[in-house]
Design a protein around this ligand. Structure first.
Ligand SMILES: Nc1ncnc2c1ncn2[C@@H]1O[C@H](COP(=O)(O)OP(=O)(O)OP(=O)(O)O)[C@@H](O)[C@H]1O
Ligand SMILES: [Mg+2]
Length: 640
């Protein structure tokens, strides 16, 4: 054996044989001219599984799959090798155990010196593993491509080194509006706003990505249709194996929605803050106004009585008149404050707005003077509304005076009304339903945002000390809220102002509230025994004085319990009670009286409107502060 190897290794042929026999990574074997296997090396044994003895003498077609054999592949391979001097190909081959492997095959013809074909040399390599790696790489690339392609929430695309677009996914198409054909090859600066382009933003973004390894920013981008959206953008550079930048990966997200939500949230917070602020101011104002109302009532009442009782001295009368006027002005102020605090006592009734305006217009025009003209547009077809007539008139007067104050000479103020149907979730924030919107619009100086935000706050005024009370719009706001409507103020500097009062329309088939008959003059009332109930001594004193001045006999009680006690022991014709009292309220007292003395008339005196609506209707009432005349006419009405 050893000597044989030695001799073979010394000849060329022998050396080749040794070489071939040492190769295990390649199957190297020979076929005769018909394709029968004539030699076999260890590599062939390793991949195909046959021992040399088993296979030598067999036709090589057994290495092919039945399908390939059926179409004559083995012979074709030999024919090609014969004709063209070489056959090379890849394909599935079959091992002895029937398993398949992916083979790279080279077949060379072997010719004798005369050129006669004597057989074939065949070299086969097992590429199964390489093919598997390639296949899985291809598959993962394909999957990745599909993944990127089908992402719709993000625009994911690539740029070449110069910033030209080289790929485009569905998200990009959805967010930016371009089809792949329209955009591939274009420069990505197309998506920037003109201003950003001018400032060199696109180039800066790529440079930042190269320098810092990533560019991340939020900004405005432009869609195909020209619309602008808020984008969150990331740009990563793509480098080759040598670290050279070969392009960029770009991921863009449309965050318009997120920004809008944020904005909405801020607005809702601001609105809540505003309404809480107004509520807090309302509480304070209402409390102050209530106490002042009582004080003014005492002052006014006493002044009126004093005026009656002192001899006719013009000097003193003038002073008293002056004091009365001052107190009356104060009383108007407290009324407005009560309005703002939604504590004004209202007489809501059905109102036909065009009729109301028809009667009011002359007063409005004369209050603002001749320099500014009022124009109205009030469709006849407006539905009737439910509101307090006096308060609504006062609100319109306040708005018109404000409009006049803001207007130049010769300007026009427009008062318009329209029928409005609101759905739920409307921007006005009112419940769904039918409303009448009355607006007073001027073309005057308007308000900046800060003034506009504060205009309805009580005591906010820009008109200077002694000129404006800052209670005009507060009153309008409170009145609108109290009748279930809303006051909306719109203004911008130089563009004028529009104040809108939204008032609920009366339900189509609602029973018409009984219009209060105008108080008829029934002459002086008979002398009555009247019980006055009030926890405030000052007010009580005043009421008693007025009653006595009117010729009645007055009894007094400081609380509901005391009143009931007195009623037990005295025959009384009439009770006048305050509403806001500790322990037993006026309403509670009235209920107790109705139980025991159902026919005893009671007048409720109140500066509040917080009574159940049903209780107000038809119940004799006196709005605080009341004058002696008010008291007299209410009593007269009851006993007429
Ligand atoms: N039509 C308007 N145009 C411009 N600014 C206005 C207009 N209406 C109101 N304002 C601004 O809102 C502020 C508050 O108005 P509001 O009616 O509550 O009080 P006022 O007019 O200042 O005082 P008052 O009504 O007691 O005379 C005004 O001082 C003014 O700055
Ligand atoms: Mg005003």
């Amino acid at each position: 054996m050893l000597s044989e190897r030695l001799t073979t290794s010394q000849t060329d042929e022998g050396r080749y044989r040794l070489l071939v026999e040492a190769v295990t990574d390649y199957a190297i074997y020979m076929l005769d001219s018909t394709g029968v296997v004539t030699s076999w090396n260890p590599g062939a044994r390793r991949f195909k599984g046959y021992e040399a003895a088993e296979i030598i003498g067999e036709h090589f077609s057994r290495f092919y799959t039945p399908e390939d054999r059926a179409v004559g592949m083995p012979q074709t391979a030999l024919d090609i090798a014969t004709c063209e001097g070489k056959f090379e190909g890849e394909g599935w081959r079959v091992r002895k155990d029937g398993t398949h492997f992916w083979a790279h095959v080279v077949i060379d013809p072997i010719r004798d010196p005369e050129g006669e074909l004597v057989g074939f040399a065949k070299i086969t390599r097992d590429l199964t593993e390489r093919r598997q790696v390639e296949e899985s790489l291809r598959r993962s690339e394909e999957q990745f491509r599909l993944l990127v392609q089908s992402v719709t929430d993000y625009a994911i695309y690539m740029l070449d080194v110069n910033g030209n677009i080289s790929s485009w996914n569905q998200g990009a198409q959805r967010i930016k509006g371009y089809l792949p054909d329209e955009v591939i090859g274009r420069h990505f600066s197309t998506f920037y706003t003109e201003a950003d382009r001018q400032h060199g933003e696109p180039e800066r973004a790529l440079q930042t990505a190269i320098r810092e390894g990533r560019f991340e920013r939020e900004g405005l981008r432009v869609r195909k249709d020209g619309s602008v959206f808020n984008a969150h953008v990331i740009i990563d550079p793509i480098r080759d194996a040598n670290g050279e930048v070969v392009g960029f990966a770009k991921v863009t997200r449309d965050i318009t929605e997120r920004i809008k939500n944020q904005h909405d949230l801020e607005q809702a917070r601001e609105a809540l803050f505003q309404s809480q602020k107004m509520d807090a101011i309302g509480q304070l104002t209402g409390g102050v106004a209530h106490d002042f109302n009582n004080l003014l009532m005492a002052i006014l009442g006493s002044l009126e009585l004093a005026k009656k009782r002192i001899p006719d001295d013009p000097q003193v009368t003038r002073l008293l008149d002056n004091a009365i006027q001052g107190a009356q002005r104060g009383s108007i102020l407290t009324q407005r404050m009560l309005s703002f605090a939604r504590r004004q006592s209202l007489e809501p009734k059905r109102i036909d707005l065009p009729v109301l305006m028809g009667n009011l217009l002359e007063l409005l025009q004369s209050s603002i003077g001749a320099n500014v003209r009022i124009e109205t547009d009030l469709p006849r077809s407006l539905p009737p509304i439910i509101a307090d007539e006096n308060q609504l008139e006062l609100a319109l007067l306040n708005l018109t005076v404000n409009a006049r104050d803001a207007s130049a000479e010769g300007a026009v103020i427009r008062i318009e009304a329209s029928d409005q149907a609101l759905k739920s979730d409307n921007p006005i924030g009112l419940p769904a339903g039918r409303y009448v919107r009355v607006s007073v619009t001027d073309q005057g100086e308007g308000m900046d945002a800060e003034t506009l935000a504060r205009a309805t706050e009580p005591f906010f005024t820009t008109k200077g000390v002694g000129k404006g009370t800052g209670l005009g719009l507060s009153m309008v706001h409170g009145m609108a809220e109290q009748i279930g409507g809303r006051f909306v103020l719109k203004s911008s500097p130089g563009q004028g102002t529009s104040g809108e009062i939204w008032i609920p329309a009366a339900a189509a088939n609602a029973a018409v509230l009984t219009e209060e008959a105008a108080p008829a003059d029934h002459g002086p009332a008979p002398s009555l025994k009247v019980l006055a109930v009030d926890d405030d001594g000052l007010v009580l004193f005043n009421t008693l004085a007025m009653l006595e001045d009117l010729g009645h006999v007055a009894l007094e009680a400081r609380s509901g319990t005391e009143a009931l006690d007195i009623l037990e022991k005295n025959a009384v014709d009439l009770v006048i009670t305050d509403q806001a009292m500790p322990q037993m309220s006026g309403m509670q007292l009235i209920a107790a009286i109705k139980e025991r003395w159902p026919n005893l008339p009671v007048i409720l005196a109140t500066g509040y409107a917080e009574l159940p609506a049903g209780a107000i209707q038809g119940m004799p009432k006196l709005a605080k502060p009341f004058s002696e005349t008010d008291l007299a006419s209410t009593i007269t009405k009851l006993f007429a």
